[in-house]
Ligand binder design. Structure first.
Ligand code: AMP
Length: 260
């Protein structure tokens, strides 16, 4: 499907709600969209041993949040490199930037200054459409992002708690590959065995109910102000469903309605 205006989308939802699934499906349905994952950008920097990566590594290992200033720089630079934002002090941006195929070129820096808000608006062209995955995580990050680029659709994915808990109880993983199965709706061909290697499936360490409820609690604390921020800007849209399959058609319909 084709977009006729630039979509700048954020997905927000509790752990296990299926943000990754919805992102993958949106990318498949709308080839003009691409996804920018803050976690992936950070991991690339860690692997490449950039100054930013070296700084972020210990923070990530401790499960804490990387400082906002670094995150803003990282995202802003990636958006500029891809040609979605005008570059300050440079000629008009272009989507044919060679660095599209070289994500590390966008991130091999460390600059403690926050990005300069740009006066020019982000690219209105449909090819400059993207989903931010994992960013912003907090209201202060959202506020600072808004001084650079206005996101125009924030999707709050909601699945009732009993359905989320059931999903976690039924989840099995093949740890070496990361393949995930569900004993109700995505069973392995042989119970307890990975389809590709035949190796045994295990439970993820954080897939017990108490751990999940802790993660949910942490998410709710942080996401409340984040959702309120986007509600105030008139771009928040909430969608509810028991499963990803129930949610996807609603999300696609909304994206078409707004940007098709
Ligand atoms: P993720 O792959 O999204 O789970 O991110 C992995 C780790 O990267 C997180 O645990 C954080 O340490 C860091 N990280 C990713 N996104 C952000 C963000 N928006 N703000 C701060 N830290 C982040």
């Amino acid at each position: 499907m084709k977009l006729s205006r630039a979509a700048r989308i954020i997905l927000i939802g509790a752990p296990g709600v299926g943000k990754g699934t919805q992102t993958a499906r949106l990318l498949e349905k709308f080839p003009q969209l691409s996804a920018i994952s803050s976690g992936d950008l950070l991991r690339e920097n860690v692997r490449a041993r950039t100054p930013l990566g070296i700084k972020a590594e210990s923070v990530m290992r401790a499960g804490a949040l990387v400082p906002d200033t670094l995150m803003l720089r990282l995202i802003h630079n990636e958006l500029s490199t891809r040609g979605y934002l005008p570059r300050p002090h440079s000629s008009p941006f272009t989507l044919s930037s060679t660095s599209l195929s070289d994500p590390l070129s966008a991130t091999s820096f460390v600059d403690p200054c926050p990005p300069t808000p740009s006066d020019a608006p982000p690219s209105p062209f449909p090819a400059a459409s993207f989903i931010l995955d994992g960013f912003p995580r907090t209201a202060p990050q959202a506020t600072r992002l808004a001084s650079t680029v206005s996101m125009n659709l924030v999707i709050h994915l909601h699945t009732p708690l009993p359905a989320l808990l059931a999903r976690i109880r039924e989840r099995w993983v093949h740890a070496p590959s990361g393949r995930v199965y569900n004993s109700s709706f995505n069973r392995p061909q042989v119970d307890g065995r990975d389809d590709v290697t035949g190796e045994p499936l295990t439970r993820r360490d954080d897939d017990d109910e108490a751990t999940y409820l802790e993660r949910l609690n942490a998410f709710e604390k942080v996401s409340g102000p984040l959702l309120a921020f986007y509600e105030g800007r008139g771009v928040l849209w909430r969608v509810e469903g028991e499963t990803s399959d129930e949610i996807t058609p609603k999300v696609v319909e909304e994206v078409v309605r707004r940007f098709g």
